[in-house]
Design a protein around this ligand. Structure first.
Ligand code: HEM
Length: 430
C-alpha cells in the first residue's frame, strides 16, 4: 500500500467539467494543500493554489518516481494507478535517467521539426473537412469524433511514421485506449494489441528507416550530439532545467514505453484543447468574430482556452522525498503523495480576475497547462500548432457552425485526470 501521513477529509470526485472546477475552487480556499481520498483508498495532498502549484512542480524535494522513493509500494498493488506509476518512462524518471530519455526525444519537437509538420497538418485538416462537407448541413454531427479526435491521432501516426497499411488498426486501438467504460480485461487486451503494433512498427523502421520519430529514436544514439543538445535545451521549456544525461541508445522496452507515453500524452490532451476552444467560440460569437477578422488572434483564443479549461487537470502523481512545510499548519511528510492541479493556476482568482470567464482580450492568459520544470511538456509546440491550424480551418469552412445542444448539456468525461468531453454535437449549417 501507499503510506499517507494525513487523514483525508474528502474524496476527489471523478466528475470532470464544472463540478471538478467547483471542487478545485473549494479546495483552494481550504488551504495550500488539502488531504483527499482517491480511488482504492489512496491518499494525496491536493494542491490547487497557483503559487503552490508553481512551487511544488519545481521543488527539488518532489519526485515523479514512486517505485524508487516509496519502498513499501508494490507495483500492481493499486490497479488504477499502475498505468501511471508502474511504467518505466521519462514521465516516471528523474535526474539522469529522465534526462537520458528526454534528450532522445526532444530534437523531434524542435521548432524546425514541428514547423515542418505544418504542410502535412493543412492536408490532413482539408481532407477531414472535405469529409464533413459531404454531410447534410441540418444533421447533428459529433464534431469530437469527426474532427477534434482525428487531428491529433492522425498527427501522432505521422510523427511515428505509421505506414498506411497499419494505420486503420493503430487508429482503432488509439480510440479503444481512450475508452473509459471498459473492463480491466478489455483494457489489458487493447494495451497488448497496441504494444504488438508498436513492435511491428519498430521492425518496419529498422528495415526501412524514414524521417519519423520511430526511426529517429532507433538511431538516436548516432545523432550529432551538438545539434541534439541544442534543440534539447530549447525543448526543456519554461522554468525547466533538465539534468545532463548520457547519450545511450534506448532499449526496445524503453522505445515502446516512450511511444506509448507519446500516444497518451499527445492525443486526448490536444483533442480536449480543440473541443473546448470550439465550444467556447461557439458560445461567444463576438470573440469568434474577432479571431475570424484577425488570424493573428488565434493564439489568444487557444491560450485563453487552456487557461480556463486546462486539458489535463491532474496527473497521478508526485511524491515528497523530504518534509515540506507549506505554512498555514500544512506539513507534507516525506513519502506522501502530492496531486498537483495543472488547471488550478489559470482559474485562481489570486492570479486572474474573473477566472472562469473566457475572454481572449484579457491581458494575461498565463496558465500551467503544459506543466513546469524538468517534465514540462515536450509536445507543447506541436499541440499549439495543431490547434492553430485545425480551428481556423474549421470555422472558415463552416462559418455558420452551431452547437446542437445547450453548452451545459455537453457531458464531461467523468474523471479527475483529463478534462474532456464525450461528444460535441453541432450543426454544420453549410
Ligand atoms: C508532459 C500537458 C500535448 C507529450 C506533459 C505534462 C503536461 C502535459 C501537464 C507535464 C507532466 C508532469 O508534470 O510531469 C499536455 C497538454 C497537451 C499536450 C495540455 C495538449 C494541449 C502533448 C503532445 C505530445 C506530448 C502533442 C507529443 C506528441 C508529452 C510527453 C510528456 C508530456 C512525452 C512527458 C515529459 C516528461 O516527463 O519529461 N504534457 N501535453 N504532449 N507531454 Fe504533453
Amino acid at each position: 500500500m501507499i503510506p499517507f501521513s494525513a487523514e483525508p477529509t474528502q474524496t476527489l470526485g471523478s466528475t470532470g467539467g464544472r463540478c471538478m472546477y467547483a471542487q478545485v475552487d473549494r479546495l483552494r480556499e481550504e488551504g495550500p494543500a488539502v488531504p483527499v481520498r482517491l480511488p482504492e483508498g489512496v491518499g494525496a495532498w491536493s494542491v490547487t493554489r497557483g503559487d503552490v502549484v508553481r512551487r511544488l512542480l519545481t521543488h527539488p524535494g518532489v519526485t515523479r518516481n514512486l517505485k524508487k522513493n516509496v519502498p513499501s509500494y508494490r507495483p500492481g498493488s493499486v490497479p488504477w494507478l499502475a498505468p501511471w506509476v508502474d511504467v518505466d518512462s521519462m514521465a516516471t524518471a528523474e535526474g539522469k535517467d529522465h534526462a537520458r530519455l528526454r534528450k532522445l526525444i526532444t530534437p523531434a519537437f524542435s521548432p524546425r521539426r514541428v514547423d515542418a509538420m505544418h504542410g502535412r497538418l493543412d492536408t490532413l485538416v482539408s481532407r477531414l473537412l472535405d469529409d464533413l462537407a459531404g454531410r447534410p448541413g441540418d444533421e447533428v454531427v459529433d464534431l469530437h469524433a469527426a474532427y477534434s479526435y482525428r487531428v491529433p491521432t492522425e498527427m501522432i501516426c505521422d510523427l511515428f511514421g505509421v505506414p498506411g497499411s497499419q494505420r486503420p488498426e493503430v487508429l482503432r486501438l488509439f480510440r479503444a485506449v481512450g475508452q473509459t467504460d471498459v473492463s480491466e480485461v478489455e483494457s489489458i487486451a487493447v494495451n497488448d494489441a497496441l504494444v504488438a503494433e508498436m513492435r511491428s512498427l519498430i521492425t518496419t523502421k529498422r528495415d526501412e528507416p524514414g524521417e519519423d520519430l520511430t526511426s529517429f529514436l532507433l538511431a538516436a544514439h548516432e545523432e550529432d550530439g551538438e545539434e541534439a543538445g541544442e534543440e534539447y535545451r530549447e525543448g526543456a521549456g519554461e522554468g525547466g532545467r533538465v539534468a545532463a544525461g548520457e547519450q545511450q541508445p534506448l532499449t526496445e522496452h524503453e522505445l515502446i514505453s516512450t511511444l506509448l507515453l507519446m500516444i497518451g500524452g499527445g492525443s486526448t490532451t490536444t483533442i480536449n484543447l480543440i473541443d473546448h476552444t470550439v465550444r467556447e467560440l461557439l458560445t461567444h460569437p463576438d470573440q469568434l468574430k474577432t479571431v475570424m477578422a484577425d488570424p493573428g488572434r488565434w493564439s489568444d483564443a487557444v491560450e485563453e482556452s487552456m487557461r480556463v479549461h486546462c486539458p489535463v487537470m491532474h496527473l497521478p502523481m508526485r511524491w515528497a522525498v523530504e518534509d515540506i512545510d507549506l505554512g498555514e499548519g500544512v506539513l507534507i511528510r516525506a513519502g506522501d503523495a502530492i496531486l498537483i492541479c495543472y488547471g488550478a493556476h489559470g482559474r485562481d482568482p489570486a492570479v486572474h480576475a474573473d477566472p472562469g470567464t473566457f475572454d481572449i482580450d484579457r491581458a494575461s492568459k498565463e496558465h500551467i497547462a503544459f506543466g513546469l520544470g524538468a517534465h514540462f511538456c515536450p509536445g507543447s509546440r506541436l499541440a499549439r500548432l495543431e490547434a492553430q491550424v485545425a480551428l481556423p480551418a474549421l470555422f472558415e469552412r463552416f462559418p455558420r457552425l452551431e452547437l446542437a445542444v445547450a453548452p451545459d448539456e455537453i457531458e464531461p468525461v467523468p474523471t479527475f485526470i483529463g478534462n474532456g468531453i464525450g461528444s460535441l454535437p453541432v450543426y454544420l449549417r453549410h
